[in-house]
Design a protein around this ligand. Structure first.
Ligand SMILES: [Zn+2]
Length: 426
């Protein structure tokens, strides 16, 4: 059984309805299983299969990156898809398909089921063995978990596993202005375990056009205090802490990443990070991204950054040891754009205190939260070392910066005195 999955946008820019761009054989482990074996395998409700007019079986709908089409001249793939409705054991499913198609060897059905599971189309309709979410968690997160299940390409029998990864995650957020405030709201609403917010400023009237985390009664309050009130009342099941602090050097980042917030835990092991992820949404000082890159490389901490430059909104995804670091991307982008700007920043959508509205701040913050959630849960899978976003001037004109890691990079290159950590992905 060969699945052809939509992985890219067609050259004419259309995302739906076009022919398959990429045919790819989904690999399955040799033992014919992928991840835990479901007791009652079910095609995920969001990936419900249907037959196309050409007689193929389409699974996962028409979304690029999810949907795939399977040739089915003998009709047995459709029988299989119908049998995988969560009411049968794997053996009963195989028997059902072979009964309807006696010419088919059972191992072909077994392999097809393994392929579908490996591709992320299958979950388990049987009750999960892992701790069940509470009624409160179900009520709060059900819709989000269904979205995780839809976008998840990791073979997981229980969609709550991804939510549980999020519940156990500790995140350091630096900067709670527009971009950071929207990101914080999304992470807290989504159910991240612990969010620690760092910002030096107080709420000013000029913030309120793009920072709806804050309200008029917050004017004059430290942003950290106002953010605590707002975020804790949004989701009291999340641990939210904050510290009023200015990042002035790489050493500040190092201390922030390796010191547990006061009162939350005993002091960590010296020089080991106490967070799973850094979310950077600050734009001052100008070197702050370079510092974050340097310290996250040193500590092996994945990080994301977001912002806007006029109508360009974007977020960057960085994991030490995997792909380009922030400096590599910056250098690659300066070469690609060839603007001749001497400082090398050439049009990269780096946030400044420049013109911004609720929409540009909101979109960059939400892209930032999306990147953070993807790294924490693996949903959707992201190959790090890139920057993505959009140009609000021209719908359909994406921001996409992806460059190879540079061996001569001053931050992560091979000639650095200390090696780049290889781990850190989560
Ligand atoms: Zn680099």
């Amino acid at each position: 059984m060969t699945m052809a999955r939509r992985e890219t946008i067609a050259e004419d820019g259309t995302a739906g309805g076009g022919p398959m761009n990429v045919a790819r054989q989904e690999a399955a482990p040799e033992d014919g299983t992928a991840g835990e074996a479901p007791q009652r395998p079910r095609i995920k409700p969001e990936h419900r299969a249907y037959r196309t007019t050409e007689g193929n079986v389409r699974i996962g709908g028409v979304v690029y990156g999810i949907g795939a089409e399977i040739a089915d001249p003998g009709g047995w793939v459709w029988t299989l898809a119908e049998a995988m409705d969560g009411t049968r054991s794997p053996a009963e499913i195989r028997a059902e398909v072979v009964r309807a198609h006696p010419e088919l060897p059972e191992h072909a059905v077994r392999q097809a089921m393994a392929d579908l599971q490996a591709a992320g189309y299958v979950d388990d309709a049987a009750p999960a063995a892992s701790p069940e979410p509470s009624a409160r968690e179900r009520s709060r997160y059900d819709r989000g978990v269904a979205l995780l299940r839809w976008m998840d390409r990791t073979p997981r029998t229980d969609p709550w596993q991804a939510q549980d990864l999020l519940r156990r995650a500790r995140v350091l957020l630096v900067g709670i202005g527009g971009t950071g405030g929207f990101a914080a709201q999304s992470l807290v609403a989504s159910g991240v375990g612990h969010l620690h917010c760092v910002d030096p400023d107080v709420v000013e009237l000029s913030n309120l056009n793009r920072q709806p985390l804050f309200r008029e009664p917050d004017l004059g309050r430290p942003k950290t205090d106002a953010a605590l009130s707002s975020l804790r009342s949004l989701n009291s099941d999340v641990t939210v802490t904050a510290a009023r602090h200015t990042v002035r050097s790489p050493a500040c980042f190092h201390a922030l990443l390796t010191t547990p917030p006061a009162g939350t835990a005993p002091p960590g092991v010296r020089d080991l990070p106490v967070y799973d992820l850094l979310v950077l949404a600050a734009d001052r000082p100008a070197e702050i991204r370079a510092w974050a890159n340097e310290v996250c490389l040193e500590l092996g901490v994945p990080w994301v950054d977001g912002g806007y430059q006029g109508p360009l909104v974007s977020a960057g995804v960085h994991v030490p040891g995997r792909g380009a670091c922030w400096e590599c991307l910056r250098a690659g982008e300066a070469e690609r754009r060839e603007t001749g700007q001497a400082d090398g920043d050439a049009g990269a959508p780096i946030p400044t205190s420049s013109p911004a509205g609720a929409v540009t701040a909101g979109m960059s913050g939400l892209l930032l939260a999306h990147a953070a959630l993807a790294l924490l849960t693996g949903v959707p899978p992201m190959e790090p070392g890139f920057r993505f976003g959009l140009n609000l001037m021209l719908p359909g004109d994406p921001v996409l910066e992806r460059h190879p890691r540079r061996p001569d990079c001053p931050a992560c290159g091979d000639t650095r005195p200390t090696g780049v950590p290889s781990g850190g992905a989560s």
